[in-house]
Design a protein around this ligand. Structure first.
Ligand code: NAD
Length: 290
């Protein structure tokens, strides 16, 4: 067997980012460069890496970027006030609060403060409802990145069996909703699912978003399936692994994402795309009501 083709998120993200940069240049030429604010609270090392990557990518796309840092001792009020100040700034089109927040802070209340039109992570109740209702709105970046990766490789969702492992608000649930919107037949599996292997084996498109290294065994993959591995797990030796046991899964799948270099880069590309669209809407107010 030759093995699956690689769904190269790094290369696809580079294409998306180049497209975003071109459109951002158009806006910047009119003095309306897309503005992204990233709020980072505390000292979580992984969060610092993620924020640095987002900051760099947004700069490269020609955005105006603000990375605002608060200490882990910041109060709920401090964080919410920072969000509100960004809501009121017309030069800011996207606000991202890096999660998780330090213990003692209520992330849900912070997110509720974000103006839905600037909620580039798609996590406010307004945008979650919009997705469920099938209305326009900001969609969460990681699920959107998964769909974009499929689209750009001509891998259709309509009529396919999609199995999503994980039911988080950040990945699993919105991904299931997006797949449903595309007329897939969707199953959400989770920690209480019985016989996970049998459920996975039904999938034409299998998405793993659990956070458990190599949980998905090769034998669970239906021959010819598309496998999207969202998981990012740091192993004791310092290397990264996804939620899928890559090599055996690759033997059976038709397409598979690597970790790193799969879904991760697409997440950042979609953050830029969401911020760009928000900036474009702000630049043409009449479009906001369409
Ligand atoms: P989460 O912890 O919020 O949710 C994990 C989900 O997995 C839960 O719904 C839980 O029910 C399910 N689960 C736990 N154990 C299970 C098991 N044994 N079998 C089946 N389901 C099980 O995590 P999350 O925020 O959704 O992130 C999931 C993974 O994706 C993590 O590794 C995270 O680092 C990664 N992630 C990657 C990106 C990216 O850009 N690539 C973005 C976000 C998250």
């Amino acid at each position: 067997m030759t093995g699956a083709r690689i769904l190269d998120g790094k290369a696809t993200a580079a294409t998306v980012r180049a497209e975003v940069r071109e459109r951002a240049q158009g806006l910047a030429g009119r003095g309306r460069a897309p503005g992204l604010t990233v709020i980072l609270v505390g000292d979580d090392p992984a969060s610092h890496v993620y924020v640095r990557n987002k900051d760099k990518a947004a700069h490269e796309a020609g955005f105006t970027v603000r990375t605002l840092r608060l200490p882990a001792t910041a109060s709920q009020r401090d964080v919410e006030a920072l969000v509100e100040a960004q809501n009121g700034d017309p030069a800011v089109h996207g606000i991202l609060v890096q999660l998780p927040l330090p213990k003692g802070l209520d992330a849900e209340r912070v997110i509720a403060r974000i103006d839905p039109s600037k909620d580039v992570d798609g996590l406010t109740a307004h945008n979650v409802a919009a997705l469920t209702l099938g209305r326009p709105g900001m969609r969460p970046c990681t699920p959107l990145g998964c769909i974009e990766l499929l689209d750009r490789h001509g891998l259709a969702l309509e009529g396919r069996e999609v199995v999503v492992l994980g039911r988080s608000m950040l990945v699993g649930k919105p991904l299931a909703a997006l797949a449903l919107e595309r007329n897939a037949t969707v199953t959400i599996a989770h920690s209480r699912t019985r016989d996970l292997g049998a459920v996975c084996a039904r999938a034409d498109i299998l998405v793993a978003a659990v956070g458990s290294p190599r949980l998905v065994q090769g034998a669970w993959v239906k021959p010819g399936a598309v496998v999207l591995d969202v998981g990012i797990n740091r192993l004791p030796d310092g290397t990264l692994a996804g939620d899928v046991d890559f090599e055996p899964a690759r033997e059976r799948a038709a397409w598979i994402t690597p970790v790193p270099g799969g879904v991760g880069p697409m997440t950042i590309a979609m953050l830029l795309a969401n911020t760009l669209r928000s900036a474009e809407r702000a630049a043409t107010p009449s479009a906001a009501v369409l």
